[in-house]
Design a binder for this molecule. Structure first.
Ligand code: SF4
Length: 370
């Protein structure tokens, strides 16, 4: 089922590795911005009336820094203008140090039934080096407010000075606090960030092999705690996989609202402007804030389908590929498959990247682009 994504680009401070669309220091604009997001939802409603949506995801930025009345307002608008499936998954990202019991109660009242909490690390020194505003203790406090809720914890690997014990402690903390889902991401030093110009260029970050080793060890530690890998960076207790993200990996449709939000509907991929002023001006003058709009070619669609499905532990459903494209996966990608056959498992119905190679699936899939 299609999903709805809402981007809330405000944060208390800019983390040193962050190149997401986020505007620390502009929280004063959040009321005007959120009113525009609701207006954008109203613009699009007519075009999307035939769709039933199975998930909603509030991402950022830090959605928990805006007044919770806006989360309530967005959900009311979605229920009023769109078809939301019974039992839809509604996720909200939050950061420790930005929530209290009142906010959590408001989110739950609005229909949020899944949370995603940015832990990153249980080591306060590593958190400070990343420029995060919270401590491990703040994470524990946030989790105590989420007791009994379905929530994810984000953990980062590949940090300067990080040890396997740090990773073990981070996973153990998330597990002890009740996370039903853990995402593990390797730090990517993006060129525009302080972490790139300082740590990365100085050679202070772990190299690729060290990060691959951290990842492999994380998979084992997560398994010991009962978290099963279902996608290269995502691990869940049985039944707690993210439905919103699964829709992305199945190449399902989704609509994005807000600054820099991307959408994929009716074979087109389109993206809103990342500029806050431009976004607001477009909405206030009743224009779509889209800066990029591309019809996906049949060839690109096939590659996307394969690339996304092979990120998951379940891999690609060969019958689904046939039904989507009217052709055979093994014929369309014969050369690439022959060249890389040692990396794949086939069981006649599905093709998967072998567990031990999932982390390097990007390199394996290079041959599939041709
Ligand atoms: S909290 Fe997230 S979005 Fe905000 S600055 Fe840090 S990494 Fe970026």
């Amino acid at each position: 089922m299609p999903g709805i994504y809402i981007h809330i680009p405000f944060c208390k401070a800019k983390c040193r590795y962050c190149d997401f669309t986020s505007y620390p220091g502009k929280i004063g604009l959040s009321d005007a911005y959120m009113a525009c997001v609701i207006r954008e939802m109203q613009f699009r409603a007519k075009d999307l009336e035939k769709y039933e949506f199975g998930t909603v995801y509030f991402g950022g930025g830090t959605p928990s820094v805006v007044d919770p009345k806006w989360i309530v307002g967005c959900m009311n608008e979605i229920r009023k203008e769109y078809k939301l499936a019974d039992g839809a998954e509604v996720t909200l990202e939050l950061n420790p140090g930005t929530v209290d019991a009142e906010k959590i109660a408001a989110y739950k009242h609005a229909g949020v039934n899944r949370f995603s909490v940015g832990l990153q690390s249980a080591n306060d020194k590593l958190l400070r080096d990343l420029g995060r505003i919270h401590t491990a203790k703040d994470f524990e406090v946030a989790c105590s407010l989420l007791k009994g809720e379905n929530f994810n914890a984000d953990i980062m690997i590949g940090l300067k000075g990080q040890t396997i014990d740090d990773i073990k402690n981070s996973i153990a903390l998330a597990a002890r606090c009740g996370a039903s889902h853990i995402s593990v991401y390797a730090l990517t030093p993006e060129e525009s960030t302080p972490i790139y110009s300082e740590e990365y260029l100085n050679g202070d970050l772990p190299d690729q092999d060290e990060v691959a080793d951290m990842y492999a060890q994380s998979v084992g530690i997560l398994a010991e705690h009962g978290y099963k890998r279902y996608e290269v960076s995502n691990f869940a207790k049985p039944g707690f996989e993210s439905r919103h993200n699964m829709n992305y990996w199945k190449r399902g449709e989704y609509i994005g609202f807000g600054v820099s939000a991307s959408s994929f509907m009716a074979g087109r991929r389109f993206t809103n402007t990342p500029d806050l002023d431009e976004y607001t001006k477009c909405i206030l003058s009743s224009h779509y804030p889209v800066v990029d709009d591309e019809k996906i070619s049949e060839k690109d669609a096939r590659f996307e389908k394969v690339m996304l499905a092979l990120r998951t532990a379940d891999g690609l459903d060969i019958a689904e590929y046939r039904s989507d494209f009217g052709s055979e996966f093994v014929v369309d990608f014969f050369d690439a498959l022959s060249k890389n056959k040692e990396y794949f498992d086939f069981d006649g119905r599905r093709v998967r990247i072998k567990d031990e190679f999932l982390y390097v699936q990007n390199q394996i899939l290079c041959d599939f682009i041709e």
